[in-house]
Write a new protein. Structure first.
Length: 222
């Protein structure tokens, strides 16, 4: 029982009939498997391709800025999203904020360089226009990360592949991964244990809509 963490990379999948029989690692090890779960984030499409599956998922970079206001607004403030895609919310004694890049281009797996210009060009102007409390700000930090963006409809892809029965998807969360991870983790466990979703029916997020090119768009993506 339990989990074994391996510091290695998936280099190949051995398929037998309609199943993933084993995973081949870059270090040379071959691991037989009963189930294979693709939860590789921005690398999800690369992993799917090893099984001959086209997965419409690409990396999109997002930069988060940490700032303090000289005269911060009072009271409880919610996560606020501008029509422009600029967003902010309280974080500790200050705030964090970001923006949806335009254009929102694919990036490399190792590209974690923050988009510094977004602060001056997009984020701060939107904050200052929204509230005088955000006119005098001090930028205190920043970082960048990746979304695994589902190019079809920006919704998660969850559940089994229709032809490779033990290949399970947990991909394409498009920025909602932290929110949806507990439910999807439970769904994966239920499918492996029971061969079906039990707690929540996540069939609408299945691969069938991807194969059919039938989007179910998620509009709340920042």
């Amino acid at each position: 029982a339990g989990v074994v963490y391996l510091a290695d990379a998936v280099a190949g999948l051995d398929l037998a009939a309609d199943r993933v029989a084993a995973v081949r690692l870059a270090g040379g090890e071959r691991i037989a498997c009963d189930w294979f779960v693709n939860a590789a984030g921005g690398r999800g499409a690369e992993i799917a391709a090893l099984a001959g599956i086209a997965l419409p998922v690409e990396r999109r970079k997002r930069t988060v800025f940490v700032f303090a206001a000289a005269d911060p607004p009072e009271g409880l403030l919610p996560l606020t999203v501008e029509p422009s895609g600029v967003w902010w919310r309280p974080e500790g004694e200050g705030f964090i904020a970001g923006a949806t890049p335009d254009p929102d281009l694919a990036v490399g797996a190792e590209d974690f360089e923050p988009a510094h210009a977004e602060w001056e060009d997009l984020v701060w102007p939107a904050l200052a226009a929204r509230s005088p409390h955000f006119e005098a700000l001090k930028l205190r930090g920043f970082w960048a990360g990746h979304y695994d963006m589902n190019l079809l409809d920006r919704n998660a892809i969850v559940g089994p592949h229709p032809a490779i029965g033990n290949f399970l998807f947990a991909n394409g969360f498009s920025g909602h991964g932290l929110q949806q991870a507990p439910a999807v983790g439970r769904a994966m466990a239920e499918w492996i244990r029971h061969g079906a979703f039990r707690s929540l029916d996540l069939a609408p997020f299945g691969f069938a809509r991807i194969a059919a090119g039938r989007p179910d768009p998620e509009r709340a993506v920042i």
